[in-house]
Design a protein around this ligand. Structure first.
Ligand SMILES: *Cc1c(COP(=O)(O)O)cnc(C)c1O
Length: 228
């Protein structure tokens, strides 16, 4: 059995290889380890192996885990669906929020971000498949929403995030990531400070890095299958 440390090493080597292959600067891609369903002990193991950025999707599961790991210098990313009754907990316990898709949620996070903490880094989730069941805004809605979020003082809009339909094959996987990269390029002249493309998970990380991901969100490839 390979250990979490083995997988951290293998992933970091793979990311470095892909950065090089696609003409990205070394260190351009940040690995966020998505620890949902996995206990604090696994996070400690991953931290001991050199990781410091961790992701969670469920507030109720995440908060006790974050509190029990408060002795470590970890940065926490909220990557799940944001329910409006959970925004206060998210604003208190996380440094990043990846899936903002309406102004109302951004306004709540802004109002609830504690004064002693730096502004909350955030990304807007973009829905590139047009499916109503999926979270995220349509690309044409981006300029208005990004402008409104950028004006909120306790949030720092960093860029865009997407969670595409699973697709087989590298070329098919690249398409939505290329579109997200174009959305960011179109937004950058309108909104200052955008530097983040949060895209790519265990099954499509390579395609995301090829298209310019700056954050990949990796769960299964690090921690193994999720516990239900
Ligand atoms: C669970 C999750 C991940 C990690 O997915 P893996 O396929 O296990 O790597 C990444 N992003 C989001 C938004 C998730 O919910």
């Amino acid at each position: 059995m390979d250990t979490i440390a083995d997988r951290v090493t293998a992933l970091r080597e793979r990311i470095a290889t892909l950065e090089n292959r696609y003409g990205r600067p070394g260190g351009a891609v940040t690995l966020v380890a998505v620890a949902k369903t996995h206990g604090a002990a696994r996070v400690r193991e991953a931290h001991a192996a050199g990781l410091s950025q961790f992701g969670e999707s469920y507030v109720q599961e995440a908060v006790p885990k974050i509190e029990s790991l408060a002795d470590l210098p970890l940065t926490w990313h909220f990557v799940g669906r944001i329910q409006s009754n959970k925004t206060a907990s998210i604003a208190q316990h996380f440094a990043w929020v990846h899936g903002i898709d309406r102004l109302r949620i951004a306004e709540r996070l802004d109002a609830q971000r504690p004064a002693g903490l730096p502004p909350l880094d955030c990304c807007i989730e973009v829905n590139l498949s047009g499916e109503a069941s999926k979270g995220g805004v349509a690309p044409r809605e981006l300029p208005e929403l990004a402008g409104a979020i950028a004006a909120l003082p306790r949030l720092r809009l960093r860029g865009l995030m997407t969670l595409p339909e699973p697709a087989a094959g590298f070329e098919r996987q690249r398409q939505p990531f290329a579109r997200l990269a174009r959305c960011l390029a179109e937004l950058q002249p309108l909104v200052p400070g955008l530097d983040t493309l949060s895209m790519g998970m265990s099954d499509d990380m390579d395609a995301a890095i090829a298209e310019g991901a700056t954050i990949v969100r990796i769960g299964t490839a690090l921690f193994g299958p999720r516990e239900s």
